[in-house]
Design a protein around this ligand. Structure first.
Ligand SMILES: Cc1cc2nc3c(=O)[nH]c(=O)nc-3n(C[C@H](O)[C@H](O)[C@H](O)COP(=O)(O)O)c2cc1C
Length: 330
């Protein structure tokens, strides 16, 4: 069974991917309830943490019920990253994850995120120092390389392992690809097949059906799957994958009642965590998926995503249950 440091995981664990403005404590808790084995926070700026920027610091919050949880940090300055590690440790996460995969311009232009894939010695050095700084297990999330001409992920993963990381998650795209095209899991399998690798190698990118997860395990031989977009507004995805892996059969999709209940709890937890205004605003992105596939739903979705008052959103949930309670999801 794979392990991250001393954290024992089940066979072929499912990890919730770090996702900005998505992987917050309420959403992570819902995913954990539905079978995610490890959850990660969204990326947190090391510079922001040092400045004590409220926006970064609130991202350190974790609930006991979501453990094991990894806090993900990003940056390219050694000093800032080490100070960030000290700050992160005070929140008592189970894992510290380093983001070497974010493709957005404002991050890569500072050599952070996937930007560091152009400077592998710096990537290795930063990782080595972070591992030395903390007693927590350190994991890395990265991409295949900067572009298709510079894919050296087998060598990179081995070097990161040699300086002490406890697991690696690899998104099967290059930085240049951003989110275009299909994720290529073959180079991730090459990392796994490297005889010198002994840490878990988790695959990421386009795991959007239970079949895809099984393929990642059986055809590519990876140790687990990290799941991002397929879980947005659909935390049941983890349970569905696990059920399929165990039985070879598809679980029936959640009923309308279960969906409304999850949306209600999600909104309530968000309000409890970050207050009425932000709670209402930041839960909006999930509703489309919670209620996907219902015909003539626009009027209700509009209420959910335009109301500023949570009472109106809760009322919209009640209306939906009353009107579409018997809807059969495909
Ligand atoms: C909205 C959104 C936000 C993301 N934010 C982060 C992030 O903060 N840190 C990170 O390492 N990756 C981030 N990613 C990338 C995902 O973790 C993941 O690598 C990518 O979505 C591919 O996996 P998927 O096909 O399962 O979604 C983000 C992706 C999305 C869609």
């Amino acid at each position: 069974m794979p392990k991250i440091g001393n954290i024992e995981l089940p066979d072929f664990p499912l990890l919730l991917a770090p996702m900005e403005d998505v992987s917050d404590p309420p959403f992570r808790a819902l995913c954990k309830e539905q079978g995610a084995d490890v959850v990660y926070t969204e990326f947190i700026s090391s510079e922001g943490l040092i400045r004590d920027a409220a926006k970064s610091v609130i991202k350190l919050d974790i609930y006991e019920k979501e453990r094991p949880v990894g806090i993900q940090i990003f940056g390219a300055e050694l000093d800032s990253m080490l100070q960030a590690v000290d700050i992160v440790e005070k929140s008592n996460p189970d894992i510290i994850d380093i983001n070497f995969g974010c493709p957005v311009k404002k991050v890569v232009c500072k050599n952070a995120g996937a930007g560091i894939l152009r400077d592998i010695p710096l990537m290795v050095k930063l990782t080595e120092e972070i591992v030395k700084r903390t007693k927590l297990p350190v994991t890395v999330k990265t991409r295949l390389g900067w572009d298709s001409d510079s894919i050296k992920i087998v060598e990179v993963a081995e070097r990161l392992q040699d300086v002490g990381i406890e697991a690696i998650s690899i998104h099967g795209r290059t930085r240049v690809q951003m989110y275009k095209g299909e994720a290529d899991w073959r180079p991730i399998a090459e990392v796994k097949n490297n005889q010198r690798m002994r840490i878990p190698v988790f695959g990421n990118g386009d795991v959007d059906t239970p079949e895809a997860a099984v393929k990642m395990r059986d055809e590519y031989g990876l140790d687990g799957a990290m799941i991002g977009r397929a879980s947005i507004g659909y935390p049941w995805f983890f349970k569905e994958v696990k059920h399929y892996i165990k039985t070879g059969e598809h679980l029936a999709p959640p009923t309308m009642e279960e969906r409304v209940e999850a949306a209600r709890r999600h909104l309530q937890m968000s309000i409890d965590w970050k207050g009425e205004k932000l709670g209402v605003f930041e839960t909006r992105r999930h509703y489309t998926n919670y209620f996907k596939g219902i015909p003539h739903f626009k009027e209700y979705r509009m209420k959910m995503v335009t109301s500023d008052d949570s009472a109106d959103v809760f009322a919209a949930f009640d209306e939906v249950l009353e009107k579409f309670g018997d809807f059969q999801f495909a």
